[in-house]
Design a binder for this molecule. Structure first.
Ligand SMILES: [Zn+2]
Length: 257
């Protein structure tokens, strides 16, 4: 019998490897949680900058202008569905511009609902509504690979949405929220390889980005999408022949006995 902890060790490439070698019954795979990620590989001098909620069109536009000066930086946005439609109304094409420039968009609920009080059925409907809005603003159905639960809550219904739609349940390893001057001075320089950094589209966090991006570039840091961070991690684990490649709270595994 596989425990939840065993399963978490076996997510992603590990799961595929275990399944292919017959170590894991198919029924156990189906019954267990979606992949869960807190941070990427410590081998790469990069971070993922992820910006949640995205209600404020002005701040989103400010971030777009900043990113235009850093074309090598790619980010991930986690907008709620209402923000997708509202900001599209205020600045038509804004989401497609981010998308076409290589940034990524992930699921973060329709209206910042708490998944802890939502049934799995209602949560699945919430995702469908959100995806419809995203499809509408992009003009085509995109591939969505990541979902971030509201309030960072690992609710069962959110896990169901991830499982049913092939999403990676995405947490974070550090946050750059708070008073800009302090964050830029004390928190940003503590970035670690593979960090998934939580930010929001709000005044403080966009100002923090204005201070952090130049520092990152000067100090040889890259900003990559979650897709790149996650795929690098899976590749690395796959190549590790079933043994740990680093110590972290998730997506790690010891040797498969
Ligand atoms: Zn949020």
């Amino acid at each position: 019998m596989l425990t939840r902890r065993d399963f978490l060790k076996l997510t992603g490439a590990g799961l595929l490897a275990a399944s292919a070698s017959g170590l894991m019954p198919v029924s156990a795979q189906e019954a267990e949680s979606a992949p869960l990620i807190y941070h990427g590989s410590s081998r790469h001098r990069y971070v993922n900058l992820s910006y949640d909620d995205c209600y404020l069109v002005k701040k989103l536009q400010d971030l777009e202008k900043l990113l235009d000066q850093y074309p090598e930086f790619k980010i991930t946005l986690f907008p709620v569905g209402l923000a997708l439609l509202n900001n599209e109304g205020k600045d038509p094409g804004i989401w497609k511009r981010f998308y076409d420039k290589g940034h990524e968009i992930g699921y973060h609920s329709w209206d910042h609902t708490n998944f802890g009080v939502l049934s799995p059925e209602a949560a699945l409907e919430d995702y469908a509504k959100w995806l419809e809005a995203l499809t509408q603003v992009l003009g085509a159905t995109p591939t969505v690979r990541f979902g971030r639960p509201t309030y960072g809550s690992l609710a069962y219904s959110f896990d169901v949405v991830c499982r049913e739609n092939g999403l990676v349940n995405t947490m974070w390893s550090t946050g750059w929220g708070g008073v800009t001057a302090d964050v830029v001075k004390y928190t940003v320089p503590k970035a670690r390889n593979g960090d998934i950094i939580l930010l929001h589209i709000r005044t403080d966090d966009v100002n923090t980005s204005l201070g952090a991006y130049p520092w990152m570039r000067e100090n040889g840091w890259r900003a990559v999408t979650l897709s790149q961070l996650y795929d690098d991690l899976l590749t690395e684990q796959h190549e590790s022949a079933g043994c740990d490649v680093y110590n972290g709270p998730s997506l790690t595994r010891t040797c498969i006995e």
